[in-house]
Design a protein around this ligand. Sequence first.
Ligand SMILES: Nc1ncnc2c1ncn2[C@@H]1O[C@H](COP(=O)(O)OP(=O)(O)OP(=O)(O)O)[C@@H](O)[C@H]1O
Ligand SMILES: Nc1ccn([C@@H]2O[C@H](COP(=O)(O)O)[C@@H](O)[C@H]2O)c(=O)n1
Ligand SMILES: [Mg+2]
Length: 221
Amino acid sequence: MSDTTKMSGDKAEVEDGMKPNVVFVLGAPGSGKGTQCSLITSKTNFVHLSAGDLLRQECATSGSQYGDLIASYIKDGKIVPVEITCSLLEKAMKMSGKEYFLIDGFPRNFDNLQGWINQMGHKTDFLFLLFLQAPEDICVERILSRGATSGRIDDNADSLKKRFQTYLHDTLPIVKFYEDKGLVRSVDSTRPMQSVHEDVMAVLREVVSKDGLFENDLLAH
Ligand SMILES: Nc1ncnc2c1ncn2[C@@H]1O[C@H](COP(=O)(O)OP(=O)(O)OP(=O)(O)O)[C@@H](O)[C@H]1O
Ligand SMILES: Nc1ccn([C@@H]2O[C@H](COP(=O)(O)O)[C@@H](O)[C@H]2O)c(=O)n1
Ligand SMILES: [Mg+2]
């Protein structure tokens, strides 16, 4: 199942050997993407790559030519140009040397999606999009309490308002895009973390057993 490859037109040539398998993880700010990805990695051979974390790391790297730009996008809840984000993701994937990736917080808009298709579509196999569902009031409460200790420049009421606007306007259409292709698996993320995790693992097992290719590899940790 490689819809990004299929969509990539003339870049859809099949390469020899195993391509990295990718699950995109989306949901509102504070829906629990990072939390659930960490729980998955504790039980599987998935590598968790958070686009937001990679951007924050780049921002904190002294001498980075993109540091100021990234910081201002993050504070305003805007989506950083895909060339930057996609390169950070590709570098992290290569450095890990692994085959299964949870890409958390990506693609956040159509610029992200097109950039991924151009740069990574032909190099990866897309499995499905995991969508964590939680309403805004719950997410806001979670993020504002996380803000007390996170040190994130966007965990405040002002940035959060902008992040939600971006989510509704730019990110939900991406979820819809994959939903129309039957490639979204939604999980109710309002429940306690461990219950959400059980549902997420059930989704993963189902996808894995359908595929049949990598059960031992992926779930036997
Ligand atoms: N199911 C849950 N129940 C209660 N609190 C949760 C749950 N899942 C996550 N949290 C808490 O909510 C906060 C946000 O979670 P997390 O960082 O995983 O969200 P996120 O979707 O990655 O957010 P962001 O988009 O801002 O990076 C954290 O403080 C986390 O501990
Ligand atoms: N694909 C992405 C992902 C994130 N950003 C920026 O980082 C901010 C924080 O993202 P989290 O997933 O950690 O909440 C986000 O609001 C964006 O400013 C991005 O540009 N592109
Ligand atoms: Mg996160």
